[in-house]
Write a protein that binds this ligand. Structure first.
Ligand SMILES: Nc1ncnc2c1ncn2[C@@H]1O[C@H](COP(=O)(O)OP(=O)(O)O)[C@@H](O)[C@H]1O
Ligand SMILES: [Mg+2]
Length: 338
């Protein structure tokens, strides 16, 4: 069995009571997760990518047994999250974006000793493991091992949270926006470690984020989630190849005759109004599925008009383009028919 995490059709509705006037209450429903299915294999980082309120944290909480789903099922390392929560917990390390539970008046090392003892790790093994982990997450070099937690920067807190998640050396990691709000070196450190833990140690990692750039850097596969629903999934490359016409041929021109735009359009090309760059050049963008096939024609045209092409590049679509595409009506319809 190479699948470490399997979730099928998970749903979760939150009910909140609102008070109207003095005596009347009414209930409001939020369908936070509406049929989420996903799989994470050992050795793989899967990114759950979506905007705030998409249902990422709720999904992570269900998989980590902190919340019960209303329907659907999920297992971690073959153990059912509802029926075998203890066994699931033994196999996971969790990092929630809002880290609670550390003791402000204890040092980094003391906090880990406390949690290690709580997890039932023997003293000698625990001390060795803590030494290794404080080094691994870079807290030793930052002086975090023997400094009080309340004096930690956000980046140091996140590093300690990752060290805690790794105390039991679990095969599965559930990381909820682990780099949110961190200083760039800490964010980079955590992303690097996440990659290594999957590649070198074969851990299965579910990694939530609302940052496209980061997901592209860290994850082998991406699941786009919006309003509690998975709207698309695949490797970043696969997802990008599924959106039409988002590659761009960008030309920086030294002049821009008025009728150039209409001439380019007369060849059936999807060209945008030019913008002006800070160095006074005209920046022209032509959207095409295969821009490399039109480069020659476009260059012939500009040459015949005596226009200098100072710079030329082909821009690949970003995950952000993918996200916009799959969360607009057009994209949702298309992904539904595939
Ligand atoms: N305990 C709760 N009670 C009521 N609503 C909640 C609760 N937790 C989350 N929600 C709502 O569920 C939706 C999904 O939340 P969440 O899973 O935290 O999204 P994300 O982590 O992607 O930002 C949001 O609309 C949020 O307001
Ligand atoms: Mg969240």
């Amino acid at each position: 069995m190479s699948e470490a995490i399997v979730a099928r059709d998970l749903t979760k509705r939150f009910v909140t009571k609102k008070r109207v006037g003095l005596f009347r209450n009414y209930s409001e429903y939020v369908d936070a997760v509406r049929g989420v299915s996903l799989k994470v294999r050992y050795g793989e980082v899967v990114g759950l990518l979506g905007p705030n309120g998409a249902g990422k944290t709720t999904t992570i909480k269900i998989l980590s047994t902190l919340l019960l789903p209303d329907s659907g099922s999920a297992s971690v390392c073959g153990f059912d999250v509802v029926k075998e929560p203890q066994k699931v917990r033994r196999n996971i390390g969790i990092m929630l974006s809002v880290e609670k539970g550390f003791y402000g008046r204890l040092t980094g090392r003391e906090n880990l000793l406390y949690f290690g003892a709580l997890y039932g790790i023997g003293k000698n093994e625990l001390e060795q493991r803590i030494k290794y982990l404080l080094d691994l997450v870079g807290l030793n070099e930052l002086g975090g091992s023997d400094r009080l937690y309340e004096e930690f920067s956000l980046g140091m807190r996140a590093r300690l949270a990752l060290a805690r998640a790794l105390l039991k050396d679990p095969p599965v990691l559930l990381l909820d926006e682990p780099t949110l709000g961190l200083d760039p070196p800490s964010a980079r450190k955590i992303r690097g470690l996440v990659r290594e833990l999957a590649t070198k140690e074969g851990k299965a990692i579910l990694y939530t984020s609302h940052n496209m750039f980061e997901v592209e850097l860290v994850c082998d596969k991406v699941i786009l989630i919006n309003k509690g629903v998975v709207v698309a999934e695949g490797t970043p490359e696969e997802l990008k190849s599924r959106i039409p016409k988002v590659r761009t041929l960008e030309l920086h021109l030294n002049s821009f005759p008025e009728d150039l735009l209409s001439e380019i359009r007369s060849y059936g090309l999807d060209v945008r109004e030019p913008t002006q760059s800070s160095d006074g050049l005209y920046v022209l963008r032509i959207l095409a599925k295969r821009p490399e096939e039109i480069v020659d024609d476009v260059l012939r045209l500009t040459a015949s008009r005596g226009i200098d092409v100072v710079k030329l590049k082909i821009e690949e679509p970003t995950l952000e383009d993918v996200f916009v595409y799959f969360t607009t009506a057009e994209g949702v319809e298309k992904s539904g028919t595939q």
